[in-house]
Design a binder for this molecule. Structure first.
Ligand code: GFB
Length: 316
């Protein structure tokens, strides 16, 4: 179990995941949470990161920072996704090692797995085949992050662990229509269509790709569970184990936000990986399973969207 009074660094605290991890740690009684904004620390800069670690001396690190985005952002800005994430993972892992951090959790992504991996995807599928081209840069950086944790454990004995989440959503998401992920983009598009009295909403791709969606508060809970109970080299999948087609997702968002609207599929946009559902039995065997249903999570996220929108606080 982590010591609740020790200093904890949440790298990436303003993002969807980082803000959820902070909420989770606060709720669990952690009293010394350390964060730093990108205007004060460029996590890609090793000497700046070293200076920050020397000054703050965290005992635990949640490494959930990075350049992230949906299928369009990934496929049009692959250099940024590869460079930024490679550097951020490298600097933080190295600084954590050098300052003798007790434990670090690194957050990867299910896009590390081969495009045509057997489904549901087990942890062993890593590096068993070619990657999905639309997010190859991001996936390569995430694979390097896993290997950093594994090799620092093997060579130096550092207690660095890795969690691989499936597609995430929830309060604090990025609702940018071009750069964001499918769930917040569809929620905003249906909402704006309803406001404008427009009866048709465009969905990218064929609608046939299958995805699994995990509420970010469940992910934050899993991260703390792993930090408290897991200290091994292998990365651990985090998901629900349940997927649906993008068409089914669009229909669920439509029924919640703008019932009766028609769907139009823009097949000039890519589907990306045909299917991506995680085998979550390793985490279940350790004692953790997700608890938020997609229906409840969608309703909660839409309520948050409406409130944040009214306050002018949406990330767009
Ligand atoms: O969420 P998304 O961008 O992530 O797209 P990926 C999922 C699926 O939804 C794709 C379709 O088949 C899209 O074509 N889709 C339909 C849409 N309408 C939309 C829309 O309005 N916006 C978006 N974005 N998609 C990402 C990776 O892949 O998954 C990242 O690019 C990361 O690297 C993340 O790993 C978890 O699942 O395709």
């Amino acid at each position: 179990m982590l010591d609740r009074s020790a200093p904890v660094f949440v790298a990436g605290h303003r993002g969807l995941v980082g803000s959820a991890v902070l909420r989770r740690l606060e709720a669990d009684g952690f009293g010394d949470l350390r964060t730093v904004g990108r205007e004060d620390l460029d996590l890609r800069d090793q000497s700046a990161v070293d200076a920050w670690f020397d000054a703050e001396r965290p005992r635990y690190v949640f490494l959930v920072a990075g350049t992230v985005g949906g299928i369009h952002a990934n496929s049009t800005r692959p250099a940024e996704f590869l460079y930024d994430n490679l550097m951020i993972h490298g600097t933080v892992v190295q600084a954590a090692h050098r300052t003798c951090v007790d434990k670090l959790l690194y957050l990867g992504s299910s896009c590390i797995y081969p495009r045509l991996a057997d489904q549901p995807i087990t942890e062993e599928a890593l590096l068993s085949g070619p990657l999905e081209p639309t997010n190859e840069g991001y996936a390569l950086a995430k694979i390097a992050g896993i290997k950093l944790c594994e090799t620092y454990r093997r060579q130096y004995g550092d207690d660095f662990i890795s969690a691989m989440p499936t597609n995430l959503y929830g309060p604090g998401d990025n609702f940018d229509l071009e750069g964001g992920h499918v769930l917040p983009a569809l929620m905003r598009r249906f909402h704006e269509a309803k406001e404008a009295g427009d009866g048709t909403v465009t969905v990218w791709g064929t609608g046939g790709a299958r995805r699994e969606f995990l509420h970010v508060d469940d992910l934050a809970d899993a991260c703390l569970f792993l930090m408290d109970h897991y200290s091994d080299a292998g990365h651990v999948n985090v998901g629900t184990g349940v997927d649906l087609t993008i068409r089914e997702l669009a229909e669920a968002v439509r029924d919640l936000v703008h019932p009766g609207a028609e769907l139009a599929f823009d097949t000039s946009k890519p589907d990306g990986m045909p299917r991506k559902v995680l085998d979550v039995s390793r985490l279940a065997d350790l004692g953790w399973t997700a608890s938020t249903s997609l229906a409840d999570g969608l309703a909660e996220t839409y309520a948050w969207f409406l409130e944040a929108s009214a306050r002018g606080e949406l990330r767009l």
